[in-house]
Design a protein around this ligand. Structure first.
Ligand code: NAD
Length: 295
């Protein structure tokens, strides 16, 4: 079992750190928010007074932070205090450039590093059933895998530095586009007098089948566990979907890829967010699309 430093004990990091403790790792954590520290302490995490203090003696350092700028700042801050041979892992969802910058900082300190963003949300973080998409050398990935396995069910090595982030934003671009597609189909079905259940029964076993329909259906009824049955409480908040769609568009621009539907999905979620719906589950976009229709 490893000595792990965990920085960023928020909605995701808190339960992930708790699962590392449950698996027998010795976890020292840090966050800027006192309530997050209290919750982590209650789950067996030793609390440090600063990020730099948390990494002292650690064999593995994990960060789970909001955005690229936080990751680069925290890695820059802690790397001088990190011991030789320590593995650096970032699980946040960030832009590919910042991920590569963080890898470069670790390489400069002669440390192995992995970008390992996750899919599965707070539910997956709590149940230790996350999917990790990892980027880094084969050696760094092999060292990270046993630690990630305490927090997830599926650990995929996607390629070199930044490949995990690339996989994450490509996946979430599909998700944003497909959720809008499924929601438009339900809005059209309503206008045509077709019941939600009838559309679901047909599309879920036809060529329109996808995760946004069968697992996360944006209208109440057909999939009882979807947020539509709980007044669109997240789940996965629209603001986070917008963040990931923006990341996909930054990456598309930088790499010269054409993603017209990704761009349009980002615009639609932008409008939804600006209307005060950032905290609503991203499947609530169906309400926005309905409202665009004529009476
Ligand atoms: P969160 O805001 O709940 O947690 C982030 C934590 O980082 C906060 O507690 C904040 O205080 C802390 N933090 C920020 N700067 C810090 C610093 N300098 N030092 C120490 N702590 C610092 O966010 P979250 O929902 O846990 O998401 C974390 C990351 O995971 C994000 O990149 C997000 O996009 C990604 N993600 C979230 C979900 C989800 O469903 N919530 C799903 C997949 C991926």
């Amino acid at each position: 079992m490893a000595k792990v430093a965990f920085i960023g004990l928020g909605n995701m990091g808190g339960p992930m750190a708790a699962n590392l403790v449950k698996a027998g790792h010795q976890v020292t954590g840090f966050d800027l928010v006192p309530a997050s520290l209290d919750a982590a302490k209650a789950s067996g995490v030793t609390i440090a007074g600063s990020a730099a203090e948390s990494v002292k003696g650690a064999e593995v350092v994990i960060t789970m932070l909001p955005a690229g700028k936080h990751v680069v700042a925290v890695w820059s801050e802690v790397l001088p205090s990190v011991a030789k041979g320590t593995l650096m892992i970032d699980c946040s969802t960030i832009d590919v450039d910042s991920a590569r910058q963080a890898h470069a900082l670790a390489t400069k300190s002669s440390l192995g590093s992995v970008d390992a963003p996750v899919s599965g949300g707070v539910g997956g973080a709590t149940a230790a059933s996350l999917t990790f998409m990892a980027g880094g050398t084969a050696q760094a990935f092999a060292a990270a895998k046993p630690v990630l396995e305490a927090m997830g069910k599926k650990i995929v090595h996607c390629g070199e530095a930044g490949a995990g982030q690339a996989a994450k934003i490509c996946n979430n671009m599909i998700l944003g586009i497909s959720m809008i597609g499924v929601s438009e189909a339900f809005a059209l079905a309503e206008k045509l007098g077709l019941s939600h259940q009838a559309l679901f029964d047909v599309a879920s076993t036809s060529s329109g089948q996808c995760w946004s329909l069968t697992t996360y259906c944006p209208v109440p009824g057909p999939v009882p566990t979807s947020p539509a049955n709980n007044d669109y409480k997240p789940g996965f908040a629209a603001a986070l979907m917008l963040k990931d769609l923006r990341l996909s568009q930054e990456a598309a621009k930088a790499s010269g890829a054409a993603t017209p539907l990704g761009a349009h999905a980002a615009e639609i979620y932008e409008t939804f967010d600006r209307a005060g719906n950032g905290g609503v589950d991203f499947s609530g976009i169906v309400r926005h699309l309905r409202a665009l229709g004529q009476q």
